[in-house]
Write a protein that binds this ligand. Sequence first.
Ligand SMILES: Cc1cc2nc3c(=O)[nH]c(=O)nc-3n(C[C@H](O)[C@H](O)[C@H](O)COP(=O)(O)OP(=O)(O)OC[C@H]3O[C@@H](n4cnc5c(N)ncnc54)[C@H](O)[C@@H]3O)c2cc1C
Ligand code: FES
Ligand code: FES
Length: 468
Amino acid sequence: MDSISLTVNGVPREARDVRPHTTLLNWLRDQGLTGCKEGCAEGECGACAVLLARPTEEGGTRLEAVNACLVLLPALNGQEVVTSEGLGEPGHLHPVQRELAYRGGSQCGYCTPGFVVSMAAEYYREDRPAQEFDIHALSGNLCRCTGYRPIADAANALGGVAEGDAFAQRREQPAPTPQATHLTTPSGEFYRPTTLAEALDLLAAHPEALPLAGGTDWGVDVNIRHSRAPITIAIDGLPELRTLTWRENEVEIGAALSLSEIERRLAGRVPLLEELFPLFASRLIRNSATLGGNLGTGSPIGDSPPALLALDARVVLASAAGEREVPLADYFTGYRQTQRRPDELIRAVRLPLPLAPVTGFYKIAKRRFDDISSVAVAVALDLDGDVVRSVRIGLGGVAATPLRAYATEAALTGQPWNERTVREAARVLRGEGTPLDDHRASAAYRAAMLEQTLLKFYFEKTAQEVIL
Ligand SMILES: Cc1cc2nc3c(=O)[nH]c(=O)nc-3n(C[C@H](O)[C@H](O)[C@H](O)COP(=O)(O)OP(=O)(O)OC[C@H]3O[C@@H](n4cnc5c(N)ncnc54)[C@H](O)[C@@H]3O)c2cc1C
Ligand code: FES
Ligand code: FES
């Protein structure tokens, strides 16, 4: 097989001679659908945004905006895509296009189709109150010339969805299901297995294969570093990696759920993750990015590891030989190295219950939103009256791996939780890790931020009366 079929703007299309590393963006533009623009090819600008029809938990369809520059075309076999051209056209503008035009939300127009798509995704969000618009839905879209005020005006002017709107009706129908796919091409193979067992057998036979989840890391490698995998195995549709289960003593989160899905399904029940999500990239990225991918890269600056370390998470690794569970604190073994063997997939992450009552997540970056961490700190605290019963502190960006601040935890445990103890422990925290100077921050700044962050946690979360 060297072709796939997909539906674009309601029209079925056959994509022939597909290469495993062709992006959706490049293919759409080759088809003449040039509304979709390339600004950066690395998920930063949103000029390439398109809508994908994805399943809701209730069996309907959600139109989610993603970066077409990071989606590999073969991953879309049997799927449905809507581009800005499919939303409306001259003479029949979609409400978001009309508002952007009417309110002066477009000048050179390069970013406009991407804004149209992200705005449309929010416009059709199933639980959006008619007169509200979550402006963070546009956090992954950059505009270099108009200025954001007229764009925000357009977004805020949108009302409810009109009766009989075709996309609103589309939401009531089921979304396409993942289709078994196997492409063999001179530039590599692409598989989409439909069961975990099949995926693990493939990995056992081809340990050199690359598991592909949301593609928000791998897509950047493909576009910017020209990385190529001999065999790519799409795992984002595997049902066994897409469950979220509450048990008496733990919550298990599937490794291939997107961060947006986890956010919706947890609905605030893990407050530490609720603090993390808005600070993780943009809505466009969170609609694809997974926890499996964030841990799969082994990056020392991923944002989920500090939070998951503070939550005492365990990683479930699956292979054809069976499953094993590894504490996240032991999972990272060196710079971008982990305990995961090449024949294993991360199937899920488990968080023990009950959760620590007081938690905080702090991401220090150059920009508040849509930026990579210089330092990230997560704290989970359990007090017995005024005494620290237990505390876990996860750190990112201060060593070759994410790590637990064990010395600081020891300095706090069993001590009275007051400003004096916290100031002393914060000085210990300053010395944890082996931070480096790089283009994001100096080692001295990173160390200073560690100290400040524990103080901030103390004052913000537990001693509000002191600062009010
Ligand atoms: C613009 C932009 C902004 C970003 N901002 C942030 C940010 O704020 N914070 C942050 O932490 N990250 C950020 N990232 C990085 C990225 O979004 C995350 O690391 C994300 O969680 C990766 O998930 P994915 O599903 O897209 O991974 P993929 O790209 O699909 O995979 C990444 C790696 O993990 C492996 N992998 C994926 N799933 C599994 C699995 N289940 N088992 C084993 N291996 C697996 C893959 O083989 C690959 O090597 C950003 C990326 C971009 C492009
Ligand atoms: S081209 Fe910039 S996000 Fe895709
Ligand atoms: S209108 Fe020119 S970049 Fe936004």
